[in-house]
Ligand binder design. Structure first.
Ligand SMILES: Nc1ncnc2c1ncn2[C@@H]1O[C@H](COP(=O)(O)OP(=O)(O)O)[C@@H](O)[C@H]1O
Length: 169
């Protein structure tokens, strides 16, 4: 592999992907791509998910848009889904996990309620994103990490930075 490593940060909405992903990019100089924002900016949508009460992204157009950056490498990707990206893109897949009570509070604060709130909490209880990541990528590159507190986030940042140092040197 002669490109720089790419890192996927995934997990249920509210587990802290954007906070961690942005901080990681700031600290390491990696490029940060928030897939939800990228889809929004370019209007890459394709329908509406009635269960999750959110628009469905047009995966093919998102992939086309990201392809060049991902081939260059050195990208942190943030999205609450990971199985539609080309497997070859990622060298490390981080799955953030958050205690249900804490996640509930975070999502409520964000204005989620009713079915949308319930579906997202269930997604975390069932470990849906972890299962998706484990099915889509080689087991050894998928890391499940707790992200309940700011201290957890610091630990996670340190872990990823250590991994990057070993990988790049
Ligand atoms: N490790 C953490 N400890 C405590 N609060 C956190 C942590 N990570 C994120 N948060 C808070 O949780 C909320 C959701 O975080 P965010 O990064 O937007 O999640 P996501 O991108 O997964 O939807 C924000 O209010 C954020 O400040």
């Amino acid at each position: 592999m002669n490109r720089k490593p790419n890192i996927m940060i995934t997990g249920t909405p509210g587990t802290g992907k954007s906070t961690l992903g942005r901080e990681l990019a700031d600290r390491t100089g990696l490029k940060y791509i928030n897939v939800g924002e990228l889809a929004k900016e370019n209007n890459f949508f394709d329908g509406f998910d009635q269960d999750l009460v959110c628009p469905v992204i047009d995966e093919d157009r998102v992939i086309d848009e990201m392809e060049e950056d991902m081939n260059d490498g050195g990208v942190v990707v943030d999205y609450h889904g990971c199985d539609f990206f080309p497997k070859r893109w990622f060298d490390l897949v981080i799955v953030l996990r958050t205690d249900n009570t804490k996640l509930y509070e975070r999502l409520e604060k964000r204005g989620y309620k009713g079915k949308k709130l319930r579906e997202n909490i269930e997604c975390e209880i069932f470990g849906t994103l972890l299962e998706e990541a484990q099915e889509a990528y080689d087991r050894q590159i998928v890391q499940e990490v707790k992200n309940d507190t700011p201290d957890d986030m610091e630990d996670n940042l340190t872990k990823i930075q250590n991994w990057l140092e070993q990988r790049i040197c």
